[in-house]
Write a protein of this length. Structure first.
Length: 322
């Protein structure tokens, strides 16, 4: 470990120690934590937001924690033993009502690390927990996270030109929003880090919520993000397939045809928008897998193949070595 690495580790440890115990319930004392904002996050209203971690698993060795009450968004940094310079911002899902921390965060970091990719799990704020301009809150955190990764690239041992985003379900909507709205100013700059580009070099969207206005929209995610009385114009403006343009990065899209929660029509609409804009895109719709499968499917199920396909996609776009 270099002196710079040791310094960063000490800073991270000090930051974790300063956090209330309930706020680090989803992390361990060894985790490297990076706070997103130097002061109160944008849209702070003074609402009392209390961290809650609800473990869905009955096996202590394999937790499945759902996290709510995120007053102070953070990046949990997971470094590989042999970094290759690539980085991935990981966005767990949960319908914008909670974060599926283990299934769509920790488990993803494990396989990314095994391929030499540094993983940054983002514990982003949930829009319905008392923030002003709730519809922009998750994207504020995602943009800021991407900029921080690039601003501290040397300390993280990553290449600023090989930083992607990987999102799941509602986290897939957030990843798609970052990919298509990276240049949109959704918060006032707070420091030098905000001079960095928020555009991901590639984006992977797993069983994502895409449209917020089509008949196949996932109503729960839409209402949690925008509120139940959002105008048609607001729903259209935050539908990912409506925001694709010539600057949208390459997209890797995955769905299962038996997804009973978020229909594959979401990814099909996004694929068609990318094709119309002549942007690089790969779409994989598997026969089985359901929703929320992460990387936990048995090899007998077709959707279990997606991590290897994503690695090939990353290599084809120069993010990891071929």
């Amino acid at each position: 470990m270099t002196a710079l690495d040791r310094r960063q580790a000490l800073i991270a440890a000090a930051g974790l120690a300063a956090m209330p115990a309930i706020a680090r319930g989803q992390t361990s004392a060894q985790d490297e934590i990076v706070e997103l904002w130097p002061g109160p996050p944008p849209g702070d209203t003074g609402a009392r937001i209390v961290r809650k971690v609800d473990d869905q698993s009955k096996d202590p060795a394999h937790p499945d924690r759902f996290v709510t009450g995120i007053a102070r968004p953070v990046l949990v940094v997971r470094r590989p033993a042999r970094p290759n310079g690539a980085a991935m911002l990981v966005l767990p899902g949960g319908g914008y009502g909670f974060l599926s921390y283990d299934n769509e965060g920790v488990s993803q970091a494990d396989w990314l690390n095994a391929r030499g990719i540094t993983a940054f799990i983002l514990l982003y704020r949930l829009p319905g927990e008392g923030w002003a301009q709730r519809e922009d809150v998750p994207l504020q955190d995602a943009q800021r996270a991407m900029r921080l990764i690039r601003a501290r690239a040397v300390a993280f041992a990553v290449d600023i030109k090989r930083v992607g985003v990987l999102g799941f379900s509602a986290g897939g909507h957030l990843a798609g929003s970052l990919a298509t709205r990276h240049a949109e100013q959704v918060y006032a700059p707070v420091d030098e880090a905000d001079r960095q580009d928020a555009r991901p070099d590639v984006a992977g969207l797993l069983y994502p919520v895409v449209s917020l206005e089509a008949p196949f929209a996932h109503g729960g995610s839409r209402d949690n993000l925008l509120g139940p009385d959002a105008s048609p114009a607001m729903r259209i403006a935050r539908s990912v397939e409506r925001r694709v343009d010539g600057q949208t990065p390459p997209l890797f899209l995955v769905h299962a045809s038996d997804d009973g929660l978020v229909p594959p029509a979401n990814n099909i609409a996004l694929f068609q928008a990318m094709e119309a804009a002549k942007r690089p895109v790969a779409l994989h719709i598997f026969q089985d897998g359901g929703h929320g499968f992460g990387v936990r499917l048995p090899k007998t199920m077709q959707a279990a193949a997606w991590p290897d396909l994503f690695a090939t996609f990353l290599a084809s776009h120069g993010v990891i070595p071929a």
